[in-house]
Write a protein that binds this ligand. Sequence first.
Ligand SMILES: Cc1cc2nc3c(=O)[nH]c(=O)nc-3n(C[C@H](O)[C@H](O)[C@H](O)COP(=O)(O)OP(=O)(O)OC[C@H]3O[C@@H](n4cnc5c(N)ncnc54)[C@H](O)[C@@H]3O)c2cc1C
Length: 552
Amino acid sequence: MDGTQNCDVVIVGGGPCGLTLAIELGRRGISTILLEERTDPSRFPSANATQARTMEHYRRLGFAEKIRAEGLPPDYPTDIAYFTRYTKHELARFSLPSARAARDMVKTLSGSWSAAELPHRVSQIFVEGVLRAEAAACPTVSLRPGWRMTAIRDSGKGVEVDAESRDNGQRLTLHAAYAVAADGGGSPTRKMLGINYTGESGVVRDFMGGRMFAIHFRSPELYNVLPHPRAWMYWAVNRERRAFMAAVNGRDEFTFHTQIKPGVRSEDISDTQAIAMLHEAFAAPLNIEIIGRSTWNAGYTLVAEKFQRGRILLGGDAVHLFTPTGGLGYNTAVEDAVNLGWKLSAVLKGWGGDSLLDSYETERQMIARRNTAYARGFADSVGLFALPPELEEASSAGEAARKVTGDHFNHHARFEFNIPGITFGGRYDGSPVIVPDGTVPPPDSPNAYVPTACPGGRAPHLWLDDGRSLYDALGFEFTLLVLDGTSTGADQFQAAADALKIPLSVEPVAAEGARDLYGADLALVRPDQIVAWRGNTSADATSVLRRATGRP
Ligand SMILES: Cc1cc2nc3c(=O)[nH]c(=O)nc-3n(C[C@H](O)[C@H](O)[C@H](O)COP(=O)(O)OP(=O)(O)OC[C@H]3O[C@@H](n4cnc5c(N)ncnc54)[C@H](O)[C@@H]3O)c2cc1C
């Protein structure tokens, strides 16, 4: 039976990008239908790292604690450790806090790590479970698992999306104001629209550049076989079998990823051969049960030439593909959804102007280019380091080789896994909906973040006198921070916002140092916690608000 349905927004794809967007829209009461072709949500654990900025967004949406409770047990360390083989020499280690310690530690940090949340190491399968439940709980969101988008059309006045049920072949045409394609790296929407990726693919490296083969496995005995302290991620560094392995539940589930030689087809790898690869990395036998297998390509640095065509917008892997070094693909996908969610809602509700949606591509494409370039640099650092031939020898030459290699990976681990600059330092300079103030932001750097309220970047974080995070005090849409100890200027902003029907909260911030941190008496913070404007007078409140919301 064929049929039609109406809604405001159709989302194609129920991965992290599509689900986060559904939550952003659902929380704002926008009627949304999400099509996801898979019926079975359980998938191979791919992403392992939720960056601090993503956790801050989950906190804004009210479920950061649910995410932090998932994955590894609360006291499990999240170290990254490098070994020749897992039961042989430990070469390097970067110790990082457990989930429980991170929750307390964040309140004591300043400078680069001045944040409401620290990163959380958790498999994507657990994250998606929480996102799915949060999206399903929004009354205006309808999740449609088992429904595949088959065609998408933009009539200029709206979109039509054809969908087909994988259960019974039933067909449906959805009519909406906008469609968002969050349909992954193979994005059928991007292909239908004829939008290409630009950048690099097929980069070859000794590791993290080529075809990768992965297994998700169960082994209750693994921790007894390992002679080293526990870690979250284990790297095997030798000339025969390079690999990385992530702890999934801290008890008995792991993922193991290794590069396969050119010419080897992953479908030809038997389970016995897969287990043999694992044994090479362990240099020891290990009883395992394979739960799932997967293949993926390392060596992508790709960004789509367009993120929007008319009323169809694209986000996540559909418009950027990473080598997963740095753990940035899913996190960038979530931030796309955060950026797009409030803008779509504002346009649909009438307080966002025409150019607000155009700013999505301007802002997110520059971040996609930046983040994929950082991931590429990490892949070069890990994959182009030439391993000395003596690395595994029981000799003084072997010891020297292990020292050199350990030094490299001790440095590399901090380069790749301590990235507040990447996480917090992404900026939207040059965006038409940011009001520049003539100041120059600090230089972009992966491992250091200098808090700045220079418009276009994340609102600097601070802990308020009552112990709350500043972010917990922000409104859900725009917030005017009043930092000069009086409410001068707030009234004019509030009146201008009321006249323009822009939802605005006014938040006086009396905490010591807040005025210096922001460098102004007033700061206008967007719904995605980006500073849109700062200044000392509210004389131009109307023009500031018009510009920040894309209105003429
Ligand atoms: C081994 C590995 C490790 C990784 N580690 C990290 C990490 O630590 N940190 C990180 O940030 N990222 C990591 N990533 C990347 C991360 O997994 C992706 O960037 C992320 O899944 C992208 O999310 P998405 O929502 O854009 O796309 P996807 O997760 O691919 O979701 C797209 C969805 O669209 C659906 N779909 C496609 N076509 C249709 C259609 N026609 N109709 C309906 N539905 C459709 C698909 O079924 C799919 O569910 C890793 C990736 C790999 C392979």
